[in-house]
Design a protein around this ligand. Structure first.
Ligand code: KE4
Length: 430
């Protein structure tokens, strides 16, 4: 593979955009080499500006479950855009997409659209705090919920469960209201509830974590979390920005029996256009402006072109829910092949699949939380990522991300990917 055009493009981008990218992970800092600059996508493939073609297992970090340039979604976008891009006024497209979401999620009576997952989570946290009158919240190490201040928090010093800023610019006076617990560890959550003086407004969790690699929550843990929130009157928020419409037609809620009080969504519901959403029980959502006192707003919230894209995507998914069986079978075959390729090179690999989501760690033990995830061989992952890229396979550029199968990915492409994995592992270990 030649990357000369991308290398030049990166230099030029770096002059005018911090780090040359508009989102940090795209800089390839966790792996090797320069990020390819993408010219276009088509079906399962990405094409970069050097003319290289890749099988795309990232799909814009999840939104493109039908691959690139899906004809139905493209037609909906073009048809809607011809009527105008934005009005700042209500449209029936928002109602239609809201009705689709409400019809699928038992936990959602009403939903509000925003422009990103970050905005959805930030707004849901504010609503939970406004509804309960409490300031403290609980999140889990290794879960990512976007970059709003209350969520850019890492575990505090010592045994303290109180959060400390994970980024400069986040006031300690704010992050102290975010308590940190360990994923799949209910005792650590109990410690947070006991440590909070003013009470916990909400617990937010990725019920299928996709931002420390793919690490699903144990069903028993989610049940215990539900009970704990009920005991203390705290709101349980499932952040399904990634798992929504990816783990199943109902996200993690199509797999677990636990029902949250609020849900955040994104990615697939915009089909590649900027859309986030937060919803929940009507008595909670009634506190949101203009019905209630908790303020939240957005110029482009519910943008009609974005709504049309999301609606086209959801309608296709609802019309053919067996898609998830097919995508999951492909995901399982892929990770089994990757694992065999690793073992052929005498390297340990553990894998995970949930619906169309897949993950793998270069590790010899199960990954149940962020500490386990951090123990994976990240240097080996970086080499593997580069070797696969050089063989036309575009994997997530961090071992703390999740891979995705789209309907455009064929069995032949899975075979090609597994072959590339054997070659790459052989090369690395030679
Ligand atoms: P956005 O603000 O990036 O639309 O959504 C934030 C977010 C919230 N919740 C979950 C569970 C998420 O996975 C995300 C964003 N996911 C990352 C991928 N791990 C987006 C990629 C990026 O940051 O560039």
């Amino acid at each position: 593979m030649r990357y000369t055009q991308s290398e030049q493009a990166y230099k030029e981008a770096y002059e005018v955009i911090p780090g040359g990218v508009d989102s940090p992970v795209r800089a390839f800092n966790a792996v090797e080499g320069t990020p390819p600059f993408i010219e276009r996508g088509e079906g399962a493939y990405l094409y970069d500006i050097d003319g290289n073609r890749y099988i795309d297992y990232v799909q814009s970090w999840g939104p493109l479950i039908f691959g690139h340039c899906d004809a139905d979604i493209e037609a909906a976008v073009i048809e809607t855009a011809k009527k105008g891009l934005s009005f700042g006024a209500p449209t029936t497209l928002e109602t239609a997409l809201a009705e689709e979401i409400v019809s699928l999620f038992e936990s959602i009576d009403k939903v509000r659209f925003v422009n990103s997952g970050t905005e959805a989570v930030m707004s849901a946290i504010r609503l939970a705090r406004g509804y309960t009158g409490r300031d403290d919240i609980v999140k889990f190490e290794g879960c990512y919920h976007g970059h709003s201040d209350s969520l850019l928090v890492q575990a505090g010093s010592g045994a303290a469960t109180f959060g400390a800023p994970s980024s400069p610019g986040v006031p300690a006076d704010l992050s102290k209201h975010t308590l940190l617990a360990r994923y799949n560890d209910i005792e650590s959550v109990k410690s947070c509830f006991e440590a909070s003086e003013g009470g916990i407004a909400c617990v937010i969790i990725e019920p299928i974590a996709g931002n420390m690699g793919l690490v699903p929550a144990d069903e028993s843990f989610l049940k215990a979390l539900r009970e704990l929130c009920d005991t203390y009157g705290a709101i349980l928020i499932f952040d399904e920005v990634m798992s929504g419409f990816r783990a199943s037609l109902k996200g993690a809620q199509g797999i677990t029996t636990v029902v949250p009080d609020m849900v955040t969504l994104g990615k697939v519901i915009g089909a590649g256009m900027p859309v986030g959403a937060f919803g929940g029980r009507k008595e909670i959502m009634a506190h949101l402006s203009p019905e209630g006192p908790v303020y939240q707003a957005g110029t482009l919230s519910g943008n009609p072109v974005a709504m049309a894209a999301g609606l086209a995507s959801l309608k296709k998914l609802k019309a053919n829910p067996s898609i998830y069986v097919e995508l999951s079978e492909k995901a399982k075959r892929l990770v089994q092949g990757l694992q065999k390729a690793a073992e052929a090179a005498e390297v340990s690999m553990v894998t995970e699949v949930r619906g169309s989501m897949f993950g793998f760690f270069f590790s010899d033990k199960p990954v149940k939380n962020f500490d386990d995830a951090k123990a994976n061989d990240q240097a080996l992952f970086a080499k593997f990522h580069r070797g696969m890229l050089d063989r036309g396979v575009y994997l997530a550029c961090s071992s703390f991300e999740t891979g995705f199968i789209s309907t455009a990915i064929t069995d032949a492409m899975i075979d090609e990917t597994i072959k590339a994995a054997y070659e790459t592992m052989g090369e690395i270990r030679s």
